[in-house]
Design a protein around this ligand. Structure first.
Ligand SMILES: *Cc1c(COP(=O)(O)O)cnc(C)c1O
Length: 388
């Protein structure tokens, strides 16, 4: 994908130094940029030269972050957003017209699902869903007006895996844009463009920041599609702040080492849970018992940092488990250095009917652990005493 290795690109892709010969890239907190004269200003607005004009369009720090993400995902171009949801919304809004149709996996991030069901229909854009384990039903959902095939893998919170190669070939056969939310895997573990994705979206808020500090999002992909997304965003204003871009670009320097350790810890946590008598089922992509283990091995470098398991005793047991946790955080984020435990049935997904919950793999006793970077023995000890 690149001339240099992932870790090197993540560290050595950076802005040229200024006259101050700084080693670490400085922060460019400026809303606009100066022109030399009337001709420079005219040529800049006419896009005859590539340069910064206004930070709603581009800024050196956001450009550095985007360039790095492009190298790490093997993409031609990208645009950075204030949040992951701004990336998701702007991507759809820039590329779709009234009357267009989306085919999406049913298991998508909650706000993305709300976008599909509540907001895009306002502009006459409808979505049809397939279950993660029924990729063979996708072709039946495709209509002449279908434009985008959309999925996340691994999914949240049930950690299902979708076969990117199959999605890529369906998209190609039917001339659809394949858009993948790669947030759970990060570019270090999985590069959907290799499997035929046209666009890859990230919530940089998660493992890319990795330390629970800033929100951010990014979409990368082919030059022509990003051009549309850029023009839409330049005029509608979802841009990432230079400060957050600066934080996120620095975070990418350590992504590989952090994610390696996240995955090592997560596998140990998954193995511990698999042997526990109060646990019915453990979901982790790199456990042999995972139903899509072979697919995970094919498309991911490691299994990621999220482990889902079903505690015996349903909703009540799930709530009691959360109350008994002493070290891990009860919080809505994931991919943080700090391990985070959630119980979707009584919290994030409590408004869904039981039938809808089961459709996306959320049983009453399902617990999601975002395994952090504390010592793995301490993470396991906390889970163990809470299970007791
Ligand atoms: C968190 C998340 C988002 C939304 O990102 P924000 O930065 O919170 O807006 C989108 N997709 C997935 C898979 C996520 O986990």
């Amino acid at each position: 994908m690149n001339e240099k290795h992932f870790e090197t690109e993540a560290i050595r892709t950076q802005l040229e130094r200024t006259q101050f010969t700084e080693h670490s890239v400085p922060l460019y907190l400026t809303s606009s940029f100066l022109f030399d004269d009337a001709e420079d200003m005219r040529a800049s607005f006419a896009e005859e030269k590539e340069r910064n004009i206004y930070s709603r369009f581009t800024n050196p720090n956001t450009s550095e972050f985007v360039d790095k993400m492009c190298k790490l995902e093997g993409a031609e171009a990208g645009y950075a957003f204030a949040t992951g949801m701004a990336a998701v919304f702007s991507t759809f809004a820039a590329l779709l017209n009234s009357g267009d149709h989306i085919v999406s996996a049913r298991s998508v991030f909650g706000s993305t699902h709300t976008l599909f069901t509540k907001y895009l229909p306002k502009w006459n854009i409808e979505t049809s869903y397939f279950k993660v384990n029924e990729v063979d039903s996708i072709e039946r959902l495709i209509h002449p007006n279908t434009k985008i095939l959309y999925a996340e893998t691994p999914t949240n919170p049930a950690v299902d895996i979708l076969d990117l190669e199959i999605l890529g070939s369906i998209a190609k056969k039917h001339n659809l844009l394949l858009v993948i939310d790669n947030c759970f895997a990060t570019p270090y573990l999985q590069n959907p463009i290799q499997f035929g994705a046209d666009l890859v979206i990230h919530s940089a808020t998660k493992l890319i920041d990795g330390q629970g500090r800033v929100l951010g999002g990014v979409t990368v992909g082919s030059e022509d599609l990003i051009r549309e997304i850029y023009l839409f965003s330049r005029n509608t204003g979802p841009a990432l702040s230079p400060f957050n871009a600066w934080v996120l670009s620095k975070s990418l320097e350590t992504l590989a080492v952090r994610v390696d350790r996240h995955c090592e810890n997560a596998l140990k946590v998954a193995e511990f849970l698999e042997g526990h008598r109060k646990v019915n089922l453990v979901r982790y992509p790199f456990l042999k018992s995972h139903p899509q283990y072979e697919i995970a091995k094919k498309q991911m470098k490691l299994g990621g940092n999220v482990v889902a398991f079903e505690i015996k005793g349903g909703v009540e047991a799930g709530r009691k488990f959360l109350d008994a946790i002493t070290m891990c955080s009860l919080s809505a984020n994931l991919g943080d250095t700090r391990s985070i435990v959630t119980h979707p049935a009584s919290t994030t997904h409590s408004k869904l009917s039981e039938e809808d919950r089961l459709e996306v793999g959320i049983t009453d006793g399902l617990v999601r652990v975002s395994v952090g970077l504390e010592h793995v023995d301490d993470i396991i000890a906390d889970l163990k005493q809470a299970l007791q």
